[in-house]
Design a binder for this molecule. Structure first.
Ligand code: SF4
Ligand code: SF4
Length: 472
């Protein structure tokens, strides 16, 4: 039944194929000749199939595991250099009709504060985000056709893009809303969104149905086929993810890669990003009741195995993870992180009173954006506020083509330096600015093309003189 080209969820995420893959991986995990062969293939930077990747994930030979980490590190460097793209989530509304058992926004939770931002609230939230220095947002909303219809989401996007406070601007809005129709995806595309993100939560159908007992999200096929409808609606940058902890991680890993293979087979373009959230404590949610939690070692290996299996796909980690955990997985493949996130509705303007809390989950990394930016630079990374690609029409297969022949590097590096320079001039503390200015000076020399380097230097001076929004 397994057919990556099928448009039916149960055929492109065929349960029997996942089980066969896990059995195959288990049977071959100690076959070091095969592991070497798969690692050699991965070294060609062309990715791995879900079967090959599953063998690497299952292999627990310490030396081979180290080779997986080393290769992930190298591929990360080759494709993403030392840049880390920054973003922040913006929660619009926590009204939700679904019954997801791992999320405090589930409809039966009667004591969590329910909130929905008005357009005026959004103005205040966006100004607070711009004043921190953010340029890229991921908007989040529960599923509720009455409180959060598509018209509301579209109006919010329009408001967000319209706000220009001092030198601030939100230049890319990614959208994380419930699975919807082709027509609604088309409307989102027309509203100028960046990536459409939808976490699968779990690919295991039986568990999925138990974890989503009520509401439209109960429909496994409708949810799993959402990315196909998004693509049909013209959104060619889509972001996948599973919530690790709900089901066996090896199952999720194989199925996640099968989903990526399906998008590649049908649309000729794989996922733009993959997120790797782990289940966290929240209002009425205790993560310990879910049996499949994964420790930091397995988490790191998952990140590394995803990195070498889909080298062209960005990887995202949020403030669900602690500073220490983020530091560990950054070199293994992460290309985007959030900073200074609030996971409540309206949390950026002012802290919520104790009796009106609306967070979706507890944040583990509570640092300010300035602290996160300085920390990254001290670790040798370039925090990037770049949003150039979709504004230049480099999306979907155009983006992937540039990525695959490594030309994208000629844009990312100078764009990272220019957007970091904007950040430093407009928002950074004096200490952060000093660290950043030194970093920029030393990184200019790493732009290989002489003409690009000259233009970059001119633009950095123009930014100091007050001009904004340059891009390659
Ligand atoms: S995960 Fe999403 S759909 Fe489920 S209850 Fe939470 S907000 Fe609603
Ligand atoms: S140039 Fe494109 S790929 Fe590179 S950081 Fe900017 S938006 Fe991302």
């Amino acid at each position: 039944m397994y057919n990556p080209k099928s448009m039916k969820a149960e055929e492109f995420i065929d349960h029997a194929e996942v089980l066969d893959t896990l059995a195959y991986a288990d049977a071959h995990k100690d076959d070091l000749a095969l592991v070497d062969q798969i690692l050699d293939k991965a070294r060609q930077r062309k990715g791995l199939s879900h079967r090959e990747a599953s063998v690497l994930l299952a292999c627990d030979d310490p030396q081979k595991t180290q080779e997986i980490y080393d290769l992930a590190h190298q591929i990360k460097k080759d494709f993403y250099g030392n840049r880390i793209v920054m973003f922040a989530p913006l929660y619009l509304s926590n009204y939700c009709v679904n019954g997801c058992v791992y999320c405090p926004y589930h409809a039966k939770n009667k004591h969590i504060a329910r909130k929905k931002l008005t357009q005026e609230d959004i103005r205040r939230e966006v100004i607070a985000l711009q004043d921190m220095g953010h340029k890229r947002l991921a908007i989040e909303a529960g599923e509720d056709p009455v409180n959060n219809p598509i018209e509301y989401i579209l109006e919010c996007i329009k408001t967000i893009y319209s706000i220009k406070h001092k030198n601030g601007a939100i230049r890319r809005v990614n959208v994380n809303i419930a699975a919807t129709t082709v027509e609604n995806y088309r409307k989102l595309k027309e509203a100028g969104i960046g990536t459409y993100i939808l976490f699968q939560e779990t690919y295991h159908k039986e568990s999925y149905e138990k974890l989503h007992p009520t509401g439209p999200k109960h429909n496994y096929a409708y949810h799993t086929e959402a990315m196909d409808r998004a693509m049909q609606g013209g959104i060619d940058d889509v972001g996948l993810g599973v919530l690790f902890g709900l089901e066996l991680y090896k199952y999720e890993f194989a199925a996640l890669l099968m989903h990526a293979e399906h998008l590649e087979a049908v649309f000729g373009v794989g996922p733009h990003t993959i997120s790797v959230p782990r289940i966290k404590r929240a209002d009425d949610i205790d993560p310990d009741v879910f049996d499949n939690g994964i420790n930091d070692d397995i988490f790191a290996k998952l990140v590394a195995c995803i990195r070498i299996s889909v080298p062209y796909t960005g990887m995202i980690i949020s403030t669900r993870e602690s500073k220490a955990c983020r530091e560990r997985v950054l070199p293994l493949g992460i290309s985007q992180i959030s900073g200074a996130s609030r996971t409540s509705v309206g949390g950026y303007c002012e802290p919520e009173p104790e009796d009106e809390r609306s967070e979706q989950f507890d944040v583990s990394d509570n640092r300010t954006l300035d602290e996160v930016v300085r920390w990254l630079m001290e670790l040798g990374y370039i925090p990037s506020f770049c949003t150039a690609c979709y504004r230049e029409g480099r999306t979907g297969d155009r983006f992937m083509a540039l990525c695959k022949n490594m030309q994208i590097q000629n844009c990312c590096h100078p764009n990272a330096l220019m957007t970091l320079k904007e950040y430093l001039d407009d928002y950074a503390s004096p200490e952060t600015r000093a660290v950043g200015d030194r970093l920029i000076q030393s990184e200019i020399g790493n732009v290989p093309n002489e003409k690009t380097r000259r233009i970059l230097c001119e633009r950095l001076q123009q930014i100091d003189a007050g001009q904004r929004d340059f891009r390659f």
